[in-house]
Design a protein. Structure first.
Length: 559
């Protein structure tokens, strides 16, 4: 069978939810027994998002083979069974770099190098390489139709239909259908103009997915179909949902997978989506209560900077039949003032990955509070390094304990590896991707995983300085996870505590709603226990229990 191709584009404005749409289509096609792959094509000239500011780009998602990619690849992996690789993430910067390198080597035999055909051919070649051997390749085109940056990618996929045949290509266009309260109606002009722009480029969409906050009336769908030259039954409502795991269910209810496979001539049958319905039901009506987690970071003004962490906490809640409420706490605000007042009522504290010195002391204060007040703590990457610094200062009395990352003097309990000292190019030069870790039998880590050998994904440059391991161990810190090849600390824990664990890797990248990561499941379980204990204690004392406000987990946008 020839590989089929589904291209997902977006119009009107950014952050409509193309990534979740592509991921959901992948969910529905896997549900029909098809072997799929998913790609993201970003129009920016960066080679990858690894050196980009999280406030501009959000989270950097890391694949097993160590590629730094767009956060949408996180959605792809969470929603499907696909294990993505470096080649599944393509940027304009990568494409231009490859074409220019070929020109420098003389591979174009002296010809004039142009956007068409050289850039577009390189884009198409990358799609073909990833799609080889798959039933369906889903390709999301980043940016918005009408942006000059996206034009080479749109031109490449326009050519695709002629190259592989009309019967092997489907164009899905996501657009906005806003409701104006002043006129009391859904407005179709943004969608019409978006499709018009797409058709000017030479692409006629087969399906229109209209983002809207209400049901799509049949007469509006017919109107859109008429003006956009699309079958009325192929105008689909992309409704706002209470949580992102409802998105595949909404598309399934409208028969999107049936319509796409029929259009591509794929004879498959859909199974039910009971497991997705169960996830949604668990999130809506958990049986075991609520746990409030404080996420202490410096990028909290853009919560998408912690997208995989947020989702992994939600998965931990699903595993424990509880609702996880996330309180985002700016670490800079914790550097001064009453730390107890700022962290009051939390059942767990999490310090995620980060870079640089800003907000460091606030995070260290939060970690000390968690350790001393016996509040479950999870540190990820930077959160491990700061936990070690806090312990060295507070327990081992190494007052000058610090990291070489944000200090030029002191006791460098966190330091650069030798192979990182001479690095000149920041991009793609960290310790990236999957590494082996061996766990100490009988440790919290081993109990959490139910194993003594694991593989986890990394993204960092600094490591625990082995010179300090002996005195820290003597003071009570346990290094329960070690990379056997590099002899580097991967996990530390503090046994004199209900649940205190920090890892140098990023477990959030491997968590899925149906397969919550063990660390997050264990952390949320400990936080839930703390919540229930606190509730019982309050009832015994006759004091009112503070009920945290509901957590909104509704952003479908690129979120």
């Amino acid at each position: 069978m020839k590989t089929k191709f589904i291209f997902v584009t977006g119009g009107v404005l950014s952050s409509l939810g193309k990534g979740l749409t592509a991921a959901s289509i992948g969910t529905l096609l896997e549900n029909r027994g098809l072997d799929i792959t998913i790609m993201k094509m970003d129009p920016y000239l960066n080679i990858d998002p690894g050196t980009m500011n999280p406030f501009q780009h959000g989270e950097v998602f890391v694949t097993e083979d160590g590629a730094e990619t767009d956060l949408d690849l996180g959605h792809y992996e969470r929603f499907t069974n696909v294990n993505l690789k470096r080649e599944n993430s393509v940027t304009a910067g990568q494409v231009y770099e490859t074409v220019i390198a070929k020109e420098r080597r003389g591979e174009y035999l002296g010809g004039t190098v142009q956007v068409i055909p050289h850039i577009t051919d390189e884009i198409k070649d990358r799609i073909h390489r990833v799609a080889k051997g798959r039933d369906v390749a889903i390709v999301e085109i980043g940016g918005t139709v009408g942006d000059i940056e996206s034009l080479p990618f749109l031109e490449a996929i326009r050519q695709f239909r002629n190259d592989v045949g009309d019967e092997n290509v489907v164009f899905v266009h996501l657009t906005l259908l806003p409701y104006l309260g002043t006129s009391g109606e859904l407005k179709t002009k943004p969608t019409q103009h978006s499709v018009q722009k797409l058709r000017e480029i030479g692409i006629q969409p087969d399906f229109l997915l209209c983002r809207t906050d209400r049901a799509l009336p049949a007469d509006i769908a017919k109107k859109i179909a008429l003006f956009c030259n699309v079958r009325a039954e192929n105008v689909i409502g992309a409704l706002d949902v209470s949580n992102i795991y409802e998105v595949p269910l909404k598309y399934f209810e409208q028969g999107l997978d049936e319509k796409i496979t029929r259009r591509l001539g794929l004879k498959t049958r859909a199974k039910g989506l009971q497991k997705w319905a169960k996830v949604v039901e668990t999130m809506a009506s958990p049986r075991s209560g609520t746990a409030e987690i404080g996420l202490v970071g410096k990028y909290v003004d853009l919560t998408e900077s912690y997208k995989s962490v947020t989702e992994a906490l939600i998965h931990g809640g699903i595993a424990n039949q509880c609702r996880v409420l996330i309180r985002y706490i700016d670490s800079e605000l914790l550097e001064k003032g009453d730390i107890a007042a700022e962290l009051k009522g939390l059942n767990g504290i999490l310090v995620p990955g980060a870079f640089g010195h800003r907000g460091v002391e606030g995070k260290i204060r939060a970690i000390r509070y968690a350790r001393e007040k016996q509040i479950p703590y999870l540190g990820i990457c930077f959160g491990l390094q700061l936990a070690l610094i806090e312990f060295a200062r507070s327990v081992c009395h190494l007052q000058k304990a610090t990291s070489r990352e944000f200090s030029n003097t002191g006791e460098f309990v966190i330091d650069l590896m030798e192979d990182q000292r001479q690095v000149q190019r920041l991009g793609g030069s960290m310790r990236l991707g999957s590494y082996l870790c061996k766990l100490t039998p009988g440790s919290l880590a081993a109990a959490t995983y139910g194993s003594t050998q694991i593989h986890e994904r990394h993204r960092h440059r600094y490591e625990v300085n082995n010179h300090y391991r002996a005195p820290l161990s003597k003071a009570g810190l346990v290094f329960s996870g070690i990379d056997p090849g590099l002899q580097l600390v991967e996990i530390l824990e503090f046994p004199k505590h209900p649940w205190f664990l920090a890892c140098q890797f990023h477990p959030e990248f491997k968590s899925k709603p149906f397969s919550p990561h063990p660390i997050f499941a264990g952390f949320v379980k400990a936080a839930l226990k703390a919540s229930l204990t606190r509730t019982k204690d309050s009832l015994k004392r006759g004091t009112p229990v503070r009920r945290p406000e509901g957590h909104s987990h509704r952003s479908w946008a690129r979120a």
